[in-house]
Each structure stands twice: as C-alpha cells, then as structure tokens.
Design a protein around this ligand. Structure first.
Ligand SMILES: Nc1ncnc2c1ncn2[C@@H]1O[C@H](COP(=O)(O)OP(=O)(O)OP(=O)(O)O)[C@@H](O)[C@H]1O
Length: 318
C-alpha cells in the first residue's frame, strides 16, 4: 500500500496512561481457543483492560462508556460480529480514538480488507506498532433501527447461508462451513422483485437473487464479492446478482468463479453514497448473522468515521 493521503495518526502506546486501551474479548468467536497466550500478553500490558461481554449489546454499551470516559483505543478481539458491536459503541467517540482488531473470528472477512494478519502474534504486533488510517463505515436504517457495520450486508438467498450456520459448525469446519451451507441453499433459490433507489435519484427494478452492500471486499469466508471496494473512498459497493442461470448458482458458492463472474459484467455492480431498497417478498438482510427484515431499508456510508489500525496492504484509496 502506498502511504495514506492523510498522514497516519500516531497510535497511543499500550504503555501510556492508566486506562489507555479497552479490549473487547469475544469468548464465542471461532478461534478463541487458539488465543490463550495472546490473551495473557494483552492482559499483562500496562494500561490495558480486557473484558469479555456475553452479548454484543453488552459489548457496545461497555465501549460507549469507555469512550465517554476517555479511553484512547478500543480493540475488537473476535470476528466481524464483534467488530460491529465495537464500532457501534464507538459511534460517538472522539475523533482520535483508535480502533483495532485481533482476528479471533472464524472468517474475519473485514480483516482481509484491513490486511490484519491471521497469525495472532503478527496481529498483536500490528496493534502495537502499526499505523492508523481514517476509514469509512456503513450504516443501515429502517423505521425502527439504525446500526453500523464495517464490512458487508447480504440480502436475498445469501443471507440464508450465514443464517443457517451454527457456532458449533463454525468451530468444526472453520471458514469451510460457509461453502457447505451455501451448497444446501442452492436447492431452494428464491427471486425477490426489488427496487433499488440510488443516490442520484434513479431507480433500478430487478428480479434479484442476492443484493450485497459492501464497505470491505470479502464475505462468507473470504469470497471477494466486492473487488472494487476501498475502505476510505466514501462509497458503498452495491452488488446485485439477478435471477439467472446455472452459472449464477455456481457464482454464489465458487470462490474463484465469483471473482470472474463479477468481472464478466453479468452482475450489476455500482458504487453509491446511499441506496434505498424495497422488495417483494421482503429481502432479509444479514449483517454477520444479525437479521433485518423491515422495509424500506436504507444504507449510507459514513466517510472517514473511524481511525483504524491497518496493515501495509489494506485496501485503502491513496
Ligand atoms: N462483542 C461481543 N461480545 C460477545 N459476544 C458477541 C460479541 N459480538 C458478537 N457476539 C456473539 O458471538 C458470536 C460470534 O461472533 P463473531 O462474529 O465475532 O465471531 P465469528 O462468527 O467466529 O467470526 P466471523 O463472523 O468473522 O466468521 C456472534 O454470532 C454473536 O452471537
């Protein structure tokens, strides 16, 4: 990665101050069993407080309080679900509070875009010595709720893949569980008559199999679903897979095929600052297993929302 446009922020040292760093440790995350040693190291860092909330809403509340009390950085130790709980808790944090990730999740798709290494020692090293860039987050709004997400929301048939995966399957199969579950959904694909209103006011009406709203590039176990997505371009990448052929079906589960398929132009791929979606029947959207089934549903990007620790090959616009 070429150096970022904005000069990288200095990351507060773990050695600074009495309550410097809050770590949200998700003991339900897929790889948490491998992480005892890293946990010991983090707990021994001066100025670091590690907590293990039982639910994402507890985590969000704890992060919000810590930010109000002046914490200087917050680390999500978990997968994409943990990351979302932390970034929601950081929504009103001061501009200079730094966000980082220790990838304890099953797939950790957002970390692929951040270029946070899977190896936990290397990831801890990045937290200690890496640089931070101001990155976008995505926001979802319906009449009854608003929430932020870091990576990707998937609607249509694809949400049924993540919905059907249990934590036991994640522990047993790792990222492979997404492929196994994807194959089981193929027998029963549904079409959704969908209207997408874009930020320029135009509307597309389409028979949709899947609709993906992406901030990061990969989903469902590192499938590169939004290859043009950049983490600080101030845009969401919208990928619409229309009802189609057997090739479309293969594209839903084929890791490499999907890349080729997107590039073949058979998929509607567009970037926007915001979109509004309505459909018949209602498309349920999943944000890492958190289900939203209310319409209309509006997505928008929050440009430069979070000072985030990134690796050298992060997919940032420079
Ligand atoms: N901050 C949190 N603290 C405790 N539990 C959480 C938190 N965030 C999410 N959870 C719960 O833990 C489960 C697993 O979380 P997470 O998504 O972070 O890991 P994963 O599913 O193993 O990884 P990935 O989503 O990257 O494949 C979630 O489905 C949710 O029930």
């Amino acid at each position: 990665m070429v150096p970022p446009q904005n000069p990288p922020a200095e990351i507060p040292s773990l050695m600074d101050g009495p309550v410097d760093t809050l770590v949200i440790w998700n003991s339900h995350a897929g790889r948490v069993q491998e992480a005892d040693e890293v946990r010991r190291q983090l707990e021994a860092e001066p100025g670091t407080r590690l907590i293990t909330p039982e639910h994402s809403r507890d985590a969000e509340a704890k992060v919000r309080t810590a930010c109000q009390q002046g914490v200087r950085r917050v680390i999500a130790a978990g997968g994409d679900g943990t990351i979302n709980s932390v970034i929601n808790g950081m929504a009103d944090a001061a501009d200079d509070v730094v966000f980082g990730v220790l990838p304890l999740g099953t797939a950790n798709d957002y970390c692929a875009s951040l270029d946070v290494p899977d190896d936990l020692d290397a990831a801890l090293d990045l937290i200690r010595h890496g640089t931070a860039c101001r990155l976008d987050v995505a926001e979802l709004h319906t009449a009854s709720r608003s929430t932020r997400f870091a990576n990707i929301a998937t609607g249509g048939n694809s949400h049924r893949v993540t919905e059907s995966i249990t934590s036991e399957q994640k522990q047993t199969w790792g990222a492979m569980c997404y492929l196994i579950s994807g194959l089981s959904v193929l027998a029963d694909l549904r079409s959704f008559e969908t209207s997408v209103t874009w930020d320029d006011g135009s509307t597309s009406i389409l028979p949709v199999w899947n609709l993906i709203v992406a901030n990061g590039q990969t989903s469902a176990g590192r499938i590169r679903i939004a290859p043009n997505a950049k983490l600080n371009d101030g845009l969401l990448d919208v990928v619409v897979i229309e009802e189609g052929s057997v090739m479309d079906i293969a594209a839903l589960t084929g890791r490499y095929l999907f890349d080729e398929y997107i590039q073949s132009g058979k998929v509607l791929y567009r970037q926007a600052k915001s979109i509004e979606v309505r459909s018949q029947p209602v498309i349920k959207f999943s944000i890492d297993g958190d289900l939203v089934d209310e319409e209309p549903i509006r997505f928008r990007v929050v440009p430069g929302a979070l000072q985030t620790i990134v690796g050298p090959e992060a997919v940032c616009d420079v």
